[in-house]
Unconditional design. Structure first.
Length: 129
């Protein structure tokens, strides 16, 4: 039982503060503020996260990882076999959310840009109906 409690405490300390940054408040004391979900224009504004379509987000698996855009095939679409982003789009060197069905169609040939329950960001694909 003690080992379980120690493991949980370690995990909370090790991972609990990664989404926050410390800033000086008006009173001069240190305050925690969520760095995620704030508006952004560049990855550098998001601490350890990245800027996904105007909002800071945490890297989670493929979502937010660094990438190099796959080359386009004769049909004008990105080569899915060479993409490291799965259902996300490689934009500006990171796997990011799609913004529209049209973007998914023109980049990877997928019919829809949608939100998958339990997964971060918006993705390209053909959601189950």
């Amino acid at each position: 039982m003690f080992r379980l409690i120690a493991l949980i405490a370690f995990a909370l300390v090790a991972f609990g503060g990664s989404a926050c940054s410390r800033e000086r408040g008006a009173s001069g004391g240190l305050e925690l503020s969520a760095a995620l979900d704030k508006s952004c224009h560049a990855d550098s504004e998001c601490g350890t996260g990245f800027c996904d379509r105007g909002a800071c987000r945490a890297v989670a698996g493929v979502y937010g990882r660094t990438c190099k855009a796959a080359p386009r095939g004769p049909d004008g679409l990105r080569d899915g076999k060479l993409s490291v982003c799965g259902a996300y789009l490689c934009l500006d060197g990171r796997c990011r959310s799609c913004q529209s069905d049209g973007e998914c169609k023109s980049e990877v040939g997928s019919p829809r840009c949608y939100k998958l329950e339990g997964e971060p960001g918006m993705r390209c694909g053909n959601p189950a109906q």
